[in-house]
Design a protein around this ligand. Structure first.
Ligand SMILES: Nc1ncnc2c1ncn2[C@@H]1O[C@H](COP(=O)(O)OP(=O)(O)O)[C@@H](O)[C@H]1O
Ligand SMILES: [Mg+2]
Length: 302
């Protein structure tokens, strides 16, 4: 039976993950549609949960939320609406609501006994300077809870730098993470892709000259790599702790081979991963989404 797979995204069909997921859906005999979160509205009417707006006449059976870190509360409400309407979600509302916020993610990971960089979550300049003291001084990393591609990650070198760059980035309502800085020369960076509780592939990333952030979109060098079994286990357990069926787990490993989980992406891009590994990642995601849909139907006795 052909299934309709909805991808929640604000990006164009040509955007790499969208293009690849639409192709993968088509190639497996299914249909992919892009759902713009601002054109389809959760609706409660006459005692029923519905969605109205674009695509409401052709609802998907499986939905992949892929709005990235900047997803807002309104889109979370749409995801929840789909879930309450019985649509299969990859990933579901609770997973997305934790993964979209790097500090909530660290809370969940730490509670699950997983290693993260030391972090103090502050919402006021006095908290920022308290955190710097606790970290033993500069440099520290100041990090927004919801940014992407390295945009919200600053390395703060001294008090002057803090006043010029960190404090203006500190919004009381949003908060700011102050994190122990691990320099690139004393660490290695990895991105692991976990789908359905198993590692699909991993890459190592080396920051571009002059940068400390190992994001693919910032020009980092990327290579397919195997992961040590403990690191693989860390990535798989991190995805499970956050509740993500599909997760891009960013990790750093220090000189003593101690891992630190940096974040769990609920809608990881996979252009670099496909290029580095030669794997059909879009196909894997679509395959998993179909399995999820079938399991759900079976569990409902359909
Ligand atoms: N505490 C830290 N010390 C040193 N480098 C860091 C630290 N946190 C993040 N980075 C670097 O910055 C990159 C981006 O940080 P991350 O938290 O993954 O945010 P983003 O969502 O922007 O990718 C990481 O992949 C890592 O290379
Ligand atoms: Mg990252």
């Amino acid at each position: 039976m052909a299934i309709r797979i909805g991808i929640i995204t604000v990006q164009e069909p040509a955007y790499h993950p969208n293009r690849r997921l639409l192709e993968a859906a088509r190639q497996t005999g299914h249909e992919g549609i892009l759902i713009h979160p601002y054109r389809l509205w959760p609706t409660t009417a006459a005692g029923q949960l519905e969605v109205t707006g674009e695509h409401s006449a052709r609802l998907p059976q499986v939905v992949l939320p892929r709005q990235g870190a900047q997803i807002g509360d309104a889109c979370l409400a749409l995801i929840r609406q789909f879930q309450l309407m019985g649509v299969s979600l990859v990933n579901d509302h609770d997973a997305v609501s934790v993964a979209r916020n790097k500090f909530l993610t660290q809370q969940v990971l730490t509670a699950a006994g997983l290693p993260c960089p030391d972090t103090i979550f502050v919402n006021d300049p006095s908290g920022f300077f308290h955190a710097v003291d606790q970290m033993g001084g500069y440099p520290v990393v100041a990090k927004q809870v919801s940014e992407r591609q390295g945009d919200g990650v600053l390395r703060i070198m001294n008090g002057n730098d803090a006043r010029q760059r960190a404090l203006p980035a500190l919004d009381r309502r949003r908060g700011l993470m102050v994190q122990r800085y691990l320099p690139p020369e004393k660490r290695r960076d990895f991105r692991a892709l976990v789908i359905g509780g198993g590692l699909v592939c991993a890459v190592s990333l080396i920051p571009a000259q002059g940068d400390f952030r190992a994001n693919y979109h910032l020009g980092s060098d990327i290579k397919a790599t195997a992961l040590a079994p403990e690191l693989e286990q860390t990535a798989v357990t991190a995805a499970a702790a956050v509740g993500c069926d599909v997760a891009g787990v960013d990790m750093m490993v220090d000189k003593d081979d101690r891992p630190f989980i940096v974040e769990v992406n609920y809608s990881p891009g996979f252009k670099g991963l496909e290029a580095a590994t030669g794997l059909d990642i879009a196909g894997r995601i679509v395959h998993f989404a179909m399995d999820r849909y079938r399991e759900k139907r079976e569990s409902m006795g359909l």
